[in-house]
Design a protein. Structure first.
Length: 198
């Protein structure tokens, strides 16, 4: 898949969601292996996190989990990964995941997933990385969030070109295909230079 070899995926760890979300995580895991991608994720064994990792492993792929000490418990930890890294805290986990990855995807999730998605988007906006970022919009989960982002753009809080940093698809294969050909939008630095729309 071109320059993408390691892909970081953020997603929910709750066990309370619709089974279709778990299936979407499994489908994403299978798609990663089909394209020869290594999964970098948060190391959990529950919810979509567990379904995603299990699917990669069951299809013969590699999974690197990065988990903070506070979550290194039998209830939360995935014990069958290719490699598990235990780090000091959440911020270290997010940094290590970013350092090890060539692309980023958010599957449906809660506060933690939103935090990770928007942090990596912000890092792209300010030039800290040039990697593609996608969301898997299963059951239109992210549609209200996309509407909020569009509202922020219309109100002048987000520049037009920053919208193009986020790739949105509901099918794992379609999402990965678009991420493979991603080109960084032009004029991303315009918000710093304070130039008018071009």
């Amino acid at each position: 898949m071109g320059s993408i070899q390691n892909i970081c995926i953020y997603c929910g760890s709750s066990d309370q969601m619709n089974a279709e979300y778990l299936q979407a995580a499994s489908d994403m895991g299978a798609a990663l292996v089909e394209r020869g991608l290594r999964l970098i994720y948060g190391g959990g064994g529950t919810g979509m996190m567990g379904a995603l990792a299990d699917a990669v492993l069951e299809n013969g792929g590699e999974v690197i989990g990065i988990i903070p000490k506070m979550f290194e418990t039998p209830e939360l930890l995935h014990t069958g990964l290719t490699e598990l890294l235990v780090v000091e805290d959440i911020n270290t986990r997010k940094t290590r995941m970013a350092e090890m990855s060539d692309a980023f995807v958010a599957l449906p999730g809660g506060f933690g997933t939103f935090d990770e998605l928007f942090e990596i988007l912000t890092w792209a906006q300010i030039g800290l990385h040039r990697s593609p970022i996608g969301i898997l919009n299963t059951l239109e989960y992210f549609t209200p969030l996309l509407a909020l982002i569009e509202h922020a753009r219309q109100e002048g809080f987000i520049y037009n070109e920053h919208i193009d940093l986020l790739i949105n698809e509901s099918d794992p294969q379609d999402l990965l295909t678009r991420m493979e050909v991603f080109e960084r939008p032009p004029n991303l630095e315009r918000w710093v230079q304070r130039k008018e729309d071009q």
